[in-house]
Design a protein around this ligand. Sequence first.
Ligand code: ATP
Length: 231
Amino acid sequence: MNIIETDRLTRRFQATEAVHELTLAVPTGSVFALLGANGAGKTTTLKLLVNLLLPTAGSAQVLGVDSRRLGERELAQIGYVSENQKLPGGMTVAQLLDYCRSFYPTWDRTLEAKLLTRFDLPADRALKQLSRGMLMKAALLSALAYRPRLLVLDEPFSGLDPVVRDDFTAGLLEAAQLGETTVLLSSHDIEEVERLADHIALLEAGRLRFTETTEVLLGRFRRIEVELDGA
Ligand code: ATP
C-alpha cells in the first residue's frame, strides 16, 4: 500500500518549472527521502503534497485523497515541519505542548513524555530562547506526539550540529515506529539520508532521476566500488 502516489505532478512558476511530471509512490510505513541540491524542487513537491501549493498539471493522491481536496480530516493526520518553522516565541515548551494536547484528540502523552526526555527539552523555557536545534526538536515533538499517519519534514537537518542531529534522528525513528507514522523528508545530505531513509528519490532540476530502496542503492554503489577496486 502507498500512502502517497503522484502522477506526472507538475508545478510551474512563470518561466520556471519547479517540478516536472513527477510520478512516484511512497509506501505506507516507510521513511522516504527526497534527495536533491538547492533548487531541485523538493520544497515545492512537499508543498504540493500537503496542499500548500496547487499543481499546474498532474495530480497526487495523499492518504487516498486528491491533494487538492485534502480537508480538515486528512490534514489532522498529517504533520508538517519545515526548515523555517514558525512557532509562537512567547510560549514556553510546556505551554506549546498544552496547546497541542488540547488541539489533537489523538495526542499520545506517553510518546510526549518519551520524546521530552529523549530530546532533553527544557519545559519551562520560552521558545524564543531556544537554539535552532532545540526549536526543531520542539516542532518535531509537537508534530509526532499526535501520531500523524504521515509526517512531512522539509530539510529537517539543515543547520543542526551533529549531536542535535543524532538525537533528532534517533527520536524521529523511535517515534515513527511507535506511532506507525510514515515519514517523508527532503534533504541535500546523502549521508543523512542513507542513515535515516529506507527509500530514496533523487530530484534534479524538478525531475525524478531515480527512486529506489536505500538497500538496493547502497548495494549498487558497493558493486561499483568493488568493480573500481578490481579494475
Ligand atoms: P531549496 O533547498 O533551495 O529550498 P528545493 O529543492 O526545495 O531547494 P524549491 O524551493 O522547490 O527547491 O525550488 C525549485 C525551483 O522553483 C527553484 O528554481 C526556485 O527558484 C523556484 N521557485 C520555488 N518557489 C517559487 C516561487 N514562489 N516563485 C518563483 N519561483 C519559485
